[in-house]
Structures are given as structure tokens and as C-alpha cells.
Ligand binder design. Structure first.
Ligand code: CO
Ligand code: CO
Length: 352
């Protein structure tokens, strides 16, 4: 009898948000579907936003979102916690407050003992209770790979919705978590995490965007999203496209996990990050001194990444101070919004 610990990532062909379909894939298909005409749908599928918003009354709207994926880490409890934090994040990214959630489960019960599923569900339940909600039900099917995630319902006042389409020239970009999570989890899955960075990555991915979201909503922001499978530049592109503005990102100001820099230099990165980089080619201009490795880091597919806030310039300093004071110490200004048709410019040296 083998006593080898179960490695969940070995059961997943693709891990976490890198398993997401590439950004262009769904957008082209959505055009084939009937247009949403319900006037109570305040945010639907047209602007590639984080979550849908449905108006119940002038005072109250529902925030609706779901996210699920194959194991991003080997430990079942961590997998459940990260998947829950990731799914909840899209509610925070709309400026909303989660109310409750349902779990979505695919489980290979022939290959894995039921204790593994218990641990996944426990990790998610603990994370949900940290967010102040309960997971009240769900649905489980047999599948070849483990799959876990949540469908989350939240609430928001309809006039407080932080959609992707209100970024304005002069606004400042603030990112609340470091990037490079896809590269580090890929290294760990392939036994190439020589720096032992996976524990840091697990801590970052398990961190709820709850506090960051509360501080940003209170501080006042024009647009808000979270950085997940399409990478920092992919999610920023959704904002500049929806808002019809350009963005400038200063690569030397972006918080990047050090191990991810080292691994990408060794050629370690997920296929999803490469796909993001290719997809973004038409929208992003990189300055000549921005290396291919830096480009891949900025496009790296994140799981449960940070919030990306587009903040009026006169509020940025106070917001950053408030984030740091609440323990969001990685929060950093990474660029700005300028007038333009919806492109991103990446350079170095915003401030010297
Ligand atoms: Co999102
Ligand atoms: Co999402």
C-alpha cells in the first residue's frame, strides 16, 4: 500500500484559472445568443464584467456570479479555500456584499477517497464564514478531474455598482495583490518550485478581497475588477475597452512575486498565460525595454488575484494609505488612465 500523499494537481490537466477558455473565445460565441432585454439586468454579459447585477428595486440589486476550476494546489483544504475566495472575489469586484453561495462539485469518486471531498468543502466553508456567509447547498457530479467552485449571490445598491465602464482619463490604477501566481503554481505542479514559493502563493490566493473591497468602496472609485484568469493586462483590457480610454502600466511599479520572476526566466509559465499574451497582442504596446519575461508576468493567468481599482487622482493617496493601514500592504499604484480608443501601453519609470 502506497503512503504517498494525494497530489490533487496531478489529477488536473490544467490548473485553476489557467483552465479558463482564452479571453476571445466566449466573446465571439456570445454574439450568437439572444440579446438580454430585461430592463432589470443592470450588468449583463455585454461588457465582460465580473458579475451580473439584477435590480430588485431602486434600493436593492443582486450580484450574481460563479467560478469553478480544477485543483490549483495539492492540498484539498487549500483548494477549497482558494476556490471559494476566488468565487467571492467577483462580488467584491462589483462593490457588492456576499449574501450566500452554492457549491459546484465534480468529483472522481473512483480515484479519490471521500475524505478529500470533505476537506475541499471544509476549506470552502471556512473561507465563506470568514466572508460572513454560509454555503447553503450545491450540486455534485462524477467527473474525471476534481472540480470545485461556488455560485455566489450578493447584494448592492443599484447606484453603487462598480462596473468596468467608468474609467476616466487622469484616473490612477491601484492593484492590491502581487502577480505571478500562475507561474508559481505551475512550477509547483511540475515539481519545479525550487524556491518553495507555493506557500506564499497559497497565502496570497486564500486571502479574501473582502477588506480591500470595503476600503476601496468607501474610498471612492470609478471602476473595479479583480485580476484572475486573463491576467493583469487582460482584465485591464476589459476596463479600457468598456470605458473607451487608454491605460498606461508602469511595469517596474507592479508588485510581482520574486519567485515568479525567477521561474519565468527559466521558461516556466502556464499555457494560459501565453494564450493571454497572444490574445492581448492587438491591444497592448510594450516599450522596447520591457522584456518578454515581464510581458508574460503581466499576462500571467492568476487564480484569486487582487482587486484592480481605477481611482480618481485626488483620492488615490488616501486610498492607498487606508489599504496599507488595513493590512493590504502589497497595494500599489501601477499606472494611470489616459484618453484613447481602448489600448494599453506598458513602459517603465512612472515615478523615479
Ligand atoms: Co472578476
Ligand atoms: Co470570475
Amino acid at each position: 500500500m502506497s503512503t504517498e500523499p494525494i497530489r490533487l494537481t496531478k489529477l488536473a490537466k490544467r490548473a485553476g484559472c489557467a483552465a479558463k477558455q482564452p479571453p476571445g473565445y466566449l466573446l465571439s460565441l456570445l454574439g450568437e445568443l439572444p440579446k438580454i432585454t430585461d430592463p432589470n439586468v443592470l450588468v449583463g454579459n455585454a461588457t465582460a464584467d465580473d458579475a451580473a447585477v439584477y435590480k430588485l428595486s431602486d434600493e436593492l440589486g443582486l450580484v450574481l456570479t460563479t467560478d469553478f476550476f480544477t485543483p490549483i494546489v495539492d492540498d484539498a483544504y487549500d483548494f477549497g479555500a482558494i476556490a471559494a475566495a476566488n468565487a467571492l472575489s467577483d462580488v467584491y469586484a462589483m462593490g457588492g456584499t456576499p449574501l450566500t453561495a452554492l457549491s459546484i462539485v465534480g468529483f472522481p469518486d473512483a480515484n479519490l477517497p471521500p475524505e478529500v471531498l470533505v476537506q475541499i468543502l471544509k476549506g470552502a466553508a471556512d473561507k465563506a464564514s470568514e466572508a460572513g456567509i454560509a454555503i447553503v447547498g450545491g450540486h455534485t457530479i462524477k467527473s474525471e478531474e476534481p472540480i470545485f467552485g461556488l455560485a455566489v449571490v450578493g447584494k448592492i445598491a443599484p447606484d453603487q455598482v462598480l462596473s468596468n465602464d467608468k474609467a476616466q482619463p487622469g484616473d490612477v490604477l491601484i492593484l492590491t495583490k502581487p502577480i505571478g501566481l500562475g507561474i508559481i503554481t505551475t512550477a509547483a505542479k511540475n515539481n519545479e518550485d525550487s524556491l518553495g514559493a507555493i506557500s506564499t502563493a497559497i497565502r496570497v490566493m486564500s486571502t479574501l478581497n473582502r477588506v480591500a473591497g470595503e476600503v476601496i468602496v468607501r474610498g471612492g472609485t470609478h471602476a473595479l475588477t479583480d485580476v484572475t484568469g486573463f491576467g493583469l493586462l487582460g482584465h485591464l483590457r476589459n476596463i479600457v475597452a468598456a470605458s473607451r480610454v487608454n491605460a498606461r502600466v508602469f511595469v517596474d511599479q507592479v508588485p510581482i512575486l520574486d519567485a515568479a520572476r525567477q521561474y519565468v526566466a527559466r521558461g516556466i509559465y502556464p499555457g494560459g498565460s501565453n494564450a493571454n499574451h497572444r490574445f492581448l497582442h492587438d491591444w497592448v504596446t510594450y516599450a522596447a525595454d520591457v522584456t518578454k519575461e515581464e510581458q508574460l508576468l503581466l499576462c500571467d493567468a492568476q487564480t484569486s488575484g487582487g482587486l484592480l481599482a481605477v481611482v480618481p487622482p485626488d483620492r488615490a493617496a488616501a486610498l492607498l494609505t487606508a489599504l496599507h493601514a488595513r493590512g493590504i500592504t502589497d497595494a500599489t499604484v501601477i499606472g494611470e488612465i489616459v484618453a484613447g480608443p481602448g489600448r494599453i501601453e506598458v513602459a517603465r519609470g512612472g515615478k523615479s
